[in-house]
Design a protein around this ligand. Sequence first.
Ligand SMILES: Cc1cc2nc3c(=O)[nH]c(=O)nc-3n(C[C@H](O)[C@H](O)[C@H](O)COP(=O)(O)OP(=O)(O)OC[C@H]3O[C@@H](n4cnc5c(N)ncnc54)[C@H](O)[C@@H]3O)c2cc1C
Ligand code: FES
Ligand code: FES
Length: 485
Amino acid sequence: MRSKVRFHLNGELHEVQHCPPTLTVLDYLRNECRLTGSKEGCAEGDCGACTLIVAEAGSTGTEYLAMNSCILFLAAIDGKSLISVDGLALGDGALHPVQAAMVEQHGSQCGFCTPGFVMSLAAMYQDHDQQPYSRENLNLNLAGNLCRCTGYAPIVRAAEQSLVSRDSTLVKELDQRVTTELEFLESDPPLSVEGTNGRVFAPRTLAQLLELRKNHPLATLVAGATDVGLWVNKDLQTFDTVIHTGAVAELLEISKENELIKIGAAVRLRDALPELIRHYPSMRDMLERFGGAQVRNAGTIGGNIANGSPIGDMPPALIALGARLELHSLESRREIVLEDFFIDYGRQDLKPDEVVSAVLLPIHDDGQFACYKISKRPEQDISALCAGIFMRLDRDAIEEARICFGGMAGTPSRAGQCEKALTGKPWRRDTFESAMQALKEDFTPISDMRASAAYRMRVARNLLLRFFIEHDVPERRMQETSSVR
Ligand SMILES: Cc1cc2nc3c(=O)[nH]c(=O)nc-3n(C[C@H](O)[C@H](O)[C@H](O)COP(=O)(O)OP(=O)(O)OC[C@H]3O[C@@H](n4cnc5c(N)ncnc54)[C@H](O)[C@@H]3O)c2cc1C
Ligand code: FES
Ligand code: FES
């Protein structure tokens, strides 16, 4: 066991003794290291001004991920390498190509957002997964960076200037340095801080995690901290004991067996995304609009379920597809259908000594599936309403309907009466119109800052109709086809 958090920052080894459980990387940079390049705009992961690069070992080499340092706890980067805007310039003091392009293309006015944009672009510059450059990819990667004064056109021009033809020698040099840094720390034992500031643990195996969970039932589990970070910064909550799940090997696995995908609870949304989209292409739109890149690079699938939010984007889609949840304690393992996890608003079926270990998702090779996300902005916005809809057909009749909404009740919930109005009925518009009416027996939505109750009900009904229209193609009527693979 080891009591110091160890990581590299801009090429230097840092060791932090008695790391406070909720010290953020941004506060460490600005307050402890006096590295003030990264800015604090919102302190809730929304604006991207605090973006930096977290480098870590991936399956195909070192990965470079843009993350929001304002909601990233220092212990979460144990064993990793950080690059902040303060350390981006080249060894001889010359600007990095993305910095130079921002200057040449006039990509900055007040400059508050600029370090964040520069770091998001630098992550793209360095990350081999982002090649070749495309505008679509750029949009995805900059959706989490907000500029209030420059306007985006000069920033896009700076991106194009620097990312279209990268200097591969520069990329390789940084990659070699960072990979050596990561190798230097890879044999460190697991982190276990029990000091004056509180306790922080970062177990490496499920057995270690469960032991810690049993011994510290009041500890806060932290995965990507894209929810927990806000409780600290905005609700000013404090935690004495934090257990990080991000290094637990079993929770990071994605495997496939017997028409089932098993996704570990600590798998980040960015890593789950390709597998989910491969089988359920309809999830692309929703997943690519889940937060911004920085949020998807840190936030996990387990966190999105375990937070119990009624408006989390993943649960409705997963519930509609019949997903199950795996829960582990030191003594036992159990599986439940995902909808049963959500007991009531703020109440989940999770015992004090348990953790969510994985989601088990069936791969349907027949049936129709779609999921929809409704939010005020297309990007970086929490849903007002989301829906997952799955139907299996027997000739022209609806044999099975599984419909789940988020944002319509205190938990993500199946629309039982609506499902009943569809099951066994012919695939026809009038069937769907009856089912749309049945939704009022299933839900009494509330009005809040995201949407009014009337809007929510109307949109829920219309999503059902949209599902019918989108899937009502002649080939489908001729025979059962599959929109899922
Ligand atoms: C700017 C921004 C945009 C966002 N956009 C979206 C969005 O578009 N859609 C959306 O759904 N959400 C969004 N979120 C919310 C958040 O990103 C997601 O809920 C995310 O999936 C949480 O995952 P995490 O790993 O960060 O969870 P954490 O914050 O680490 O944890 C969340 C909760 O889950 C618990 N937990 C974590 N892992 C486990 C485990 N293995 N077992 C038991 N409990 C566990 C924690 O104790 C905590 O209670 C956004 C957040 C931000 C800051
Ligand atoms: S300060 Fe706004 S995302 Fe971190
Ligand atoms: S330059 Fe002012 S916020 Fe972007």
